[in-house]
Design a protein around this ligand. Structure first.
Ligand SMILES: Nc1ncnc2c1ncn2[C@@H]1O[C@H](COP(=O)(O)OP(=O)(O)OP(=O)(O)O)[C@@H](O)[C@H]1O
Ligand SMILES: [Mg+2]
Length: 285
């Protein structure tokens, strides 16, 4: 009897670990503010800290995680149907055992799949994601109705801005859009390309205060990343900047953010399955 109870407890522990892969979307109001660079380098830094991460390039416009990694990938989500492949077949493995799926234009067709195909895709994704602690989505800038819907299934949304007024106002508009849409995901902000710590924290606190004042929602400041010439050099060298120059300021910032993130997440459990939520949002029952 005791054995049975112990086994049951063990199963519960495992299953709660299994269903708890955390879905995080990286978004921005304005384009070109550093979403893809943040997603890739943050993902690698989380891997270095022992997290199993699946990065999904969902930038419908021009997905470019593979370009940033200097790798050529021929497989896309469409091959699941045309070549009868599985999600695992189309996963690529990058530095630090980072798993990633290239999207590019192929991903735009996800939203127009018929229910049967979407159902198949989601079931496969459900099965494949049990192995991962974190699924990180690099999204395009701005929002469509479909992406707003997908964003409602996320545990967390990270909004990237820079200190430029246009990026801040677009970031504010993006967050407002999410809140008005009824999105209940945790919202965090990253201030990329900060010229100083003071500038980054001041942008973050102004944004936080405005959201609190006008929308009565608390958002979390995840951290800042310096404006650093190394980022551009690494992009040109097609190497993630934290590997290209691990001692650069931007790399230190990413590592600080990942370290803090991993520590804080230990006390924060996810309370629902991302895939179940996507299914209930996208599939009629
Ligand atoms: N911290 C930084 N310091 C200096 N330059 C940066 C930094 N972050 C990004 N950049 C520059 O901005 C460019 C765009 O970055 P990235 O491709 O990550 O943006 P994005 O938000 O994903 O763009 P898109 O909206 O097109 O998907 C980089 O190629 C780099 O030149
Ligand atoms: Mg991008």
């Amino acid at each position: 009897m005791n054995d049975q109870a112990a086994r049951l407890r063990e199963q519960l522990r495992n299953s709660s670990h299994r269903i708890s892969s955390k879905a995080i979307a990286v978004v921005s109001g304005k384009g070109g503010v550093g979403k893809s660079n943040f997603s890739l380098n943050f993902a690698i830094s989380l891997c270095k800290r022992g997290k199993k991460v699946l990065l999904i390039d969902l930038d419908i416009g021009m997905g470019n995680i593979d370009v940033l990694l200097g790798s050529v990938t021929n497989l896309s989500i469409i091959d699941i149907f045309s070549k009868k492949m599985t999600i695992r077949d189309i996963m690529n493995i990058g530095p630090e055992n980072l798993h990633y799926i290239s999207g590019g234009s192929a991903f735009s067709s996800i939203f127009s799949l018929d229910e049967g195909k979407l159902g198949l895709l989601l079931s496969q994704l459900e099965e494949a994601t049990v192995d991962f602690d974190i699924i990180l989505f690099d999204m395009g800038a701005g929002v469509s109705d479909q992406t707003l819907k997908l964003l409602r299934a996320m545990h967390e949304i990270i909004v990237i801005t820079t200190p430029e007024p246009t990026a801040i106002t677009d970031g504010y508009a993006m967050i407002k859009h999410l809140i008005v849409d009824g999105n209940e995901s945790d919202i965090s902000i990253i201030v990329n390309r900060s010229s100083s710590r003071a500038e980054g924290t001041s942008v973050a606190s102004r944004l936080k205060q405005a959201i609190k004042h006008f929308m009565n929602v608390d958002i979390h400041f995840l951290g800042l990343i310096a404006d650093d010439a190394v980022v551009r050099k690494a992009v040109i060298a097609q190497s993630p900047f934290i590997l290209f120059s691990s001692t650069s300021q931007a790399s230190k910032n990413i590592d600080d953010i990942a370290r803090k993130y991993v520590n804080e997440q230990q006390v924060k459990e996810v309370s629902f399955s991302f895939i179940h939520r996507v299914k209930s949002l996208f599939l009629k029952r």
